[in-house]
Design a protein around this ligand. Sequence first.
Ligand code: E4P
Length: 218
Amino acid sequence: MKFFIDTANLAEIKEANDLGVLDGVTTNPSLMAKEGITGRENILKHYVDICNIVDGPVSAEVISTNFEGMVEEGEHLASLHPNIVVKIPMIKDGIKAIKYFSNKGIKTNCTLVFSAGQAILAAKAGATYLSPFIGRLDDISTNGLDLIAQIRDIYDNYLYDTQILAASVRHTMHIINCAEIGADVMTGPLNVIMGLLKHPLTDSGLEKFLADFAKGNA
Ligand code: E4P
């Protein structure tokens, strides 16, 4: 399973990249705003800054909600760097835009996905990535992981190329369960990725090894 980091924070992106296991980055307008990145030129420059840190796909989301606007915005975003993936919302004009970009060989990430029906439409339109938001489904008492499993079955039935990118990941068990189900990618915050490192037996075991070494080499 590929690991993307879900943030627009450059320091966090660097830290995850330095670990050596990072495959890409996802952003969204809320994450950009959280970092105080505003204004068209600053936003475009920030995407390039991210691409200069990570050698992998970087999702940049369009703001337009009509076909023409998404095409214009997406083509400009894609021209910024070869690693840019145009992130497009799961709406009617979004599906048309995904089909348009697919025909042109421009990579897309279909975002705000909450149902299997939406997943089928995005795959048929040729989306490169599909982002089901598992945490937001959990928030409304619906099991987000069940949706990942359902989409995995459907995509395997028809050998769709679209990669399942589990998004809105909130904790380490989301990552582990997504890997068990067979999600192609997960995107999560830095603290959740780093949470995978933790085990009390690792900490106590290492403490004992170092103490024993110190005794023998005093
Ligand atoms: C990723 O592409 C999404 O924008 C993101 O995972 C949403 O996460 P949230 O539900 O924690 O905002």
